[in-house]
Design a protein around this ligand. Structure first.
Ligand code: GLC
Length: 544
């Protein structure tokens, strides 16, 4: 089974959010399951800066996006049993940030186009292309569009994973032909337009062979207007091809027994180190250094869907409890201003850093007793799993992946791994925060067992990788691979690749003058040089 994983970010190469953690961990986990897996990403400036020395230039070609005809270089790096391919175009990707530019539609249109067009040059012909979010949503569409004329593309199956349906890739309808190079048929048959605009995620949901979301609960929530950001009827149309696969976390990276960023390591069996980590957190964030109150941690983007309104509404009630609160994150101005103001009201008991910092995040996971995550919606959420692994007992709203990972404490049965509330309501949240603080203070043994149950949960990727394998198996009809003893090595020798497509054009083996790595020059072949202008290609019709 050969899978090409397409993403717009992946740890350790480039990251803005949870997608990068998933895209960095899932491909190696699939490799361990015996899948031959490659991943493909844009060659951003940050990747070039951090990994330039390890990148191997393979070849280049020109990619057609509507009337554009642009250079695309292919670089590769081997890591974790995965071939990581990077597609290079400096005009689109040599920029300080990953996203947030007015031409993002064109940039990721180019990327998706390039993934499909450069396939023959990758020495890796996939059975499945696994796409993620709107940035790679055009891939299933281009595969169908080009598949009309290229039989070989029709053999490829596609999976689309929705990490957050809020971001849909919406563009004016004039972009259909002029930017994305798709013909009117895509609009006329109701696939790509939504509310009068091009909606890339919608089209991909309809075109992909399987659609997954990052937790089972989120998969059902997406059929409700409260969660679906206008896409509920599209999700309804998915029928059986929609499923939810819970994300995992990198359990080697997030391991309190061996995390070099912790002051003192600890395990579920021996929590003695955690006291030192709590003292360190209090010191580094300027909280009173006392073991006698529980610390509630929050590591979050400060945006509405993370449930910040609930926190603001009852903040004074929370601070009436014998607790300390440590907040790390940045985001919307109104929440930042709230915390700037609140921190002056509760010196020594509330600490806030309006920032992102991996070190401080670890200090909070390691030092906190409780971890608050009252999201209005949460497709999966990784922080609650990390918090549990570090023995910070989560307090969450029952939504999406929070509902699937945090099970409410039951005193009678001495069961559960956290505290939960169902309705998006600050009173209910306050109630469980109070309950948590009381359990910590009055029943330390029961709290300790609750904490340990969370720490012992299996949040590794192995479980989820197996579920993705089943999805791949269902859509390809192929037998699932046998799990090998050691991670498979994907051939580094292009000549040894078992499948070299017969009737595809040869790649040009000369890098762009600006991107050529020293000592990697390959024999030049004549090739197109224009970067703009009509390509003279025939009009495309859609395979329906
Ligand atoms: C998005 C979601 C988050 C999820 C992550 C990884 O960032 O908002 O809930 O954990 O993607 O799938």
């Amino acid at each position: 089974m050969k899978v090409l994983y397409a993403s717009s970010e992946a740890v350790p190469f480039c990251k803005t959010g949870g997608l990068a953690d998933v895209a960095g961990s899932l491909p190696p986990a699939l490799a361990e399951e015996g899948v031959e897996i490659a991943a493909v990403l844009p060659l951003y400036q940050t990747v070039r800066e951090k990994f330039g020395q390890e990148l191997e230039f393979l070849c280049y070609d020109y990619v057609d996006l509507a009337w554009r005809h642009d250079y695309c270089g292919v670089f590769r790096l081997l890591r974790g049993g995965v071939s990581w391919y990077f597609l290079d175009n400096e005009r689109y990707f040599r920029r300080p940030e990953l996203y947030g530019y007015p031409d993002d539609g064109e940039r990721f249109g180019f990327f998706a186009r390039a993934v499909v067009q450069m396939l023959p040059h990758l020495n890796f012909w996939p059975d499945v292309i696994h796409c993620n979010d709107w940035q790679t949503a055009l891939i299933p569409i281009y595969l169908k569009d080009d598949g009309v004329r290229r039989d070989r593309l029709r053999s490829i199956r596609t999976v689309l994973t929705i990490h957050n349906i809020e971001y849909q890739g919406r563009f004016g309808k004039e972009t259909l032909g002029d930017l994305f190079g798709l013909d009117q048929g895509w609009a006329d048959d109701g696939t790509i337009l939504m509310d009068g605009s091009v909606n890339l995620l919608k089209a991909a949901i309809l075109c992909a062979d399987a659609v997954t979301t990052v937790s089972p609960t989120y998969a059902s929530e997406l059929k409700l207007s409260y969660y679906a950001h206008g896409m509920e009827s599209v999700m309804e149309r998915c029928g059986g091809k929609l499923s939810g696969v819970l994300n995992g976390i990198d359990t080697a990276r997030y391991n309190p027994a061996a995390d070099p960023q912790l002051v003192a390591p600890y395990t579920a069996g021996d929590l003695s180190g955690k006291a030192a980590d709590k003292a360190y957190l209090q010191k580094v964030m300027g909280l009173q250094e006392t073991p006698d109150v529980p610390v509630i941690g929050m590591v979050s983007r400060l945006v509405a869907h993370k449930g910040l309104d609930l926190v603001c509404e009852v903040f004074h009630d929370i601070m009436e409890l014998p607790v300390q609160v440590a907040v790390l994150g940045k985001g919307d101005r109104k929440y930042e201003e709230f915390f700037r103001w609140a921190v002056r009201q509760y010196p020594g008991r509330l600490a806030v850093r309006l920032d992102y910092s991996a070190e401080l995040a670890t200090a909070i996971y390691g030092g906190a007793d409780l971890f608050l995550m009252p999201s209005r919606s949460e497709p999966c959420g990784l922080s609650q799993m990390i918090a549990m692994r570090y023995g910070a007992v989560p307090i969450v709203r029952e939504t999406g992946g929070l509902r699937d990972t945090v099970h409410p404490y039951e005193a009678q049965r001495d069961a559960g791994n956290g505290f939960t509330f169902a309705d998006y309501n600050s009173g209910d949240m306050l109630y469980v925060i109070r309950q948590a603080a009381e359990l910590w203070r009055d029943h330390p043994d029961a709290f300790g067992r609750l904490r340990r149950r969370g720490m012992e949960e299996d949040f590794s990727w192995n479980r989820s990788a197996g579920q993705y394998l089943r999805v791949y198996g269902e859509i390809t009809g192929a037998e699932l691979p046998q799990k090998p003893q050691a991670a498979p090595e994907i051939s580094e020798n292009p000549a040894a690749a078992e499948e070299t497509p017969p009737a595809e054009p040869a790649p040009r083996a000369r890098p762009h003058p600006h991107t050529q790595k020293k000592g990697t020059a390959k024999k030049a072949e004549p090739g197109g040089t224009s970067s703009h202008g009509p390509s003279g290609k025939p009009k495309r019709s859609r395979n329906v």
